[in-house]
Design a protein around this ligand. Structure first.
Ligand SMILES: [Zn+2]
Length: 486
């Protein structure tokens, strides 16, 4: 260092884990004008605000690779459930459901209802949605996907069939519009009724505009249980035909007969990675959460109701108990509770650990920010990986845990200039205590901020400190930079 410098923020004597998987090192970090201005020995330098980070980890802010925060970014703009975990960027528009484009008069089927869009909030184009995000920034950055199910609802008269030529052309035009506006790619959710009748060919044709933009195809696959291998093959084929990267969302092996199957899916994914771009994410729990379904496969394990429009009083209760009280079958009770969301205990912990530990797996919460009894992953995903799985279980070193939520994710989503701590990068930073960081959100009490997160800085602005939101809303809209252009 030459002349002493002045910074807006100086994080002193921390242990830096830079998000590249490199070993930790001790350094000061200086922040100025929204950027990391210096990393090293900055003693003798001054700052408007100094943070003593002795004994603490200083890491890039985390990217939540898989969220349904599309509407929450606008209506819950402080984003406390994410910021309090150290998350500084969320990817929205997953599982085929995006907040845009939608017409005002449209009746939204499940699972589009999971977004919690009020009836008066409709964005006629993807550009209009991004404009709204820029006009009223939230406390975190956002990268957005356009959803195939949303496009089907927008363009098709009936959803119980594959799209015809005119409908495909209409959806293509919307994908083109979204990519030009700054979308990261297209998501699909053929697992869900609004898209389950879409053929592979429909998705490939709708996705045509992605090729020129090097947009991503992100998928909640058609099947995550008995036919998960076939679903992987379909995903890889879509990626190959469009010559684009694919992201497998919340990879899992669901249902008892499929326990242990990740020992087959992961080698298949790794083998395919030799020939084409494949990424995947995972949440650190053995229960999933989605819309209330009444098919038997989904109801075979323990089911907790997270939210219900007709029966809000049932949130937080077991489906078994509700069915017994109403003297109906579980299927009938589930139907009466629709629309709503539920938590399903359908995974094997060994699969969860094997998928989390797979070196290419990113961390994504899949949290659903609706209702009072959400799955605890909404508030707990990132500290749970850092505290429970990395520190307590010893699944991987802390450097790997941080990489899975920063550098790896930024690379896969084409987000340049952030998510690794490097001079000149945007200053998204989290300071946490490796010894005490942990998730406190539980199934019984899910809305609980993490322990051990000291402060969270978004684009150089202090957003979370000492367990409190600063009120700052310095998040930005992030658009895709293809790796080839980097
Ligand atoms: Zn999903």
């Amino acid at each position: 260092m030459t002349q002493p410098q002045h910074y807006e923020l100086l994080i002193r004597d921390g242990t830096v884990i830079d998000g590249t998987r490199a070993p930790r090192f001790t350094a000061d970090v200086g922040v100025r004008a929204g950027q990391v201005a210096a990393i090293g020995d900055l003693s003798g330098h001054s700052a408007d605000e100094i943070i003593d980070a002795r004994g603490r980890i200083v890491a890039p802010g985390f990217i939540d690779a898989h969220t349904h925060d599309d509407e929450a970014l606008l209506s819950q703009a402080d984003m406390t459930f994410k910021l309090s975990q150290g998350v500084t960027t969320v990817i929205v528009g997953n599982c085929g459901i995006s907040a845009a484009p939608l017409r005002p008069a449209l009746d939204l089927p499940m699972p589009l209802t999971l977004l919690g869009l009020p009836p008066d909030r409709r964005f006629p184009s993807f550009a209009a949605y991004l404009k709204a995000l820029r006009a009223a920034p939230s406390s975190v950055n956002v990268g957005a996907l356009v959803g195939h199910s949303t496009l089907r609802v927008m363009t098709m008269a009936a959803l119980d069939r594959a799209a015809n030529g005119d409908e495909i052309r209409a959806m293509q035009a919307w994908v083109q519009e979204a990519m030009e506006a700054g979308a990261l790619g297209l998501s699909a959710g053929t697992f869900y009724p609004p898209a389950s009748h879409a053929s592979t060919e429909e998705i490939i044709e709708v996705g045509r505009p992605l090729s020129a933009h090097k947009g991503l195809y992100v998928t909640h696959m058609r099947d995550e249980s008995d036919k998960v291998l076939e679903a992987l093959e379909e995903t890889f084929r879509i990626g190959r035909e469009l010559a684009i990267p694919v992201v497998i969302s919340h990879h899992k092996a669901m249902g008892k007969p499929n326990f242990g199957k990740s020992a087959i899916t992961l080698p298949f994914i790794r083998e395919t990675m030799q020939h084409q771009c494949v990424a995947l994410d995972c949440y650190p729990y053995d229960a999933g959460s989605t819309m209330i379904r009444s098919d038997r496969g989904m109801l075979e394990g323990r089911v907790l109701i997270a939210s219900s429009t007709p029966h809000p009083e049932c949130a937080g209760r077991e489906l078994d108990a509700i069915a017994a009280e109403w003297q109906v079958s579980k299927e009938q009770a589930a139907q009466r509770l629709q629309p709503g969301s539920a938590i399903y205990f359908l995974m094997d912990e060994n699969d969860v650990r094997r998928i989390l530990a797979f070196d290419e797996t990113m961390i994504g919460s899949d949290g659903i920010p609706v209702g009072d009894s959400p799955h605890p992953r909404l508030w707990g995903t990132f500290p749970r990986v850092l505290g429970h799985y990395s520190r307590d279980v010893g699944l991987f070193p802390l450097e790997t845990a941080v990489w899975k939520m920063t550098g790896l994710t930024a690379r896969n989503f084409g987000l340049q200039g952030r998510s690794t701590l490097k001079v000149g990068h945007h200053a998204d930073v989290v300071v946490f205590d490796a010894a005490t960081v942990r998730d406190t959100a539980t199934y019984a009490a899910p809305a609980q901020a993490a322990a051990g997160i000291d402060c969270v800085i978004v684009n150089g602005v202090m957003a979370w400190r000492h367990g409190r939101h600063s009120g700052a809303r310095s998040g930005q809209v992030l658009t895709r930079t293809p790796a080839s252009a980097a």
